[in-house]
Design a protein around this ligand. Sequence first.
Ligand code: GDP
Ligand code: MG
Length: 162
Amino acid sequence: VVGVLAVVGRPNVGKSTLVNRILGRRVAVVEDTPGVTRDRVSYDAEWSGTHFKLVDTGGWETGVEGMDSAIASQAQIAVGLADAVVLVVDAQVGVTNTDSRMVSMLRQSGKPIILAVNKIDGSSEEYLTADFWKLGLGEPYGISAMHGRGIGELLDVAIKTL
Ligand code: GDP
Ligand code: MG
């Protein structure tokens, strides 16, 4: 095991769907209801012969009124224990204030951050990734966790940071 990769992001952006896609099986719980992943859950994952730990987290609603602080702190614990972080955002929603706040908090961790713009279900939607450059994390990687688009490229980059 070369390291720990934590998957973080707002509720409902597709973190658990991405984790299942990487694992090649349905283990993480995917729900239409935001915030379903209550705890951080760690899995043994493998990509191109590299073994690593993959951590699914609950939604991380920083500074949001009425947020479930237990979920947020689980996400922060996950980042603290991780060697690198995949920040998942939702292409169909665009950049939100919560995304920006999360970037600030993640930056403070000093960990490498890979930006995955999820729900790019077809090439005609690839242009939606452009807006996410403004998060200042470098190249936004367009993916579709649901359909498996762009996952290989994302993992190639993520693994190198471990
Ligand atoms: P989480 O709360 O971040 O873990 O999000 P989930 O993985 O539970 O997914 C939330 C919702 O987004 C579910 O209805 C998923 O089916 C949907 N979803 C996840 N990935 C994709 C994707 O690539 N494309 C589309 N269109 N929907 C997705
Ligand atoms: Mg989840």
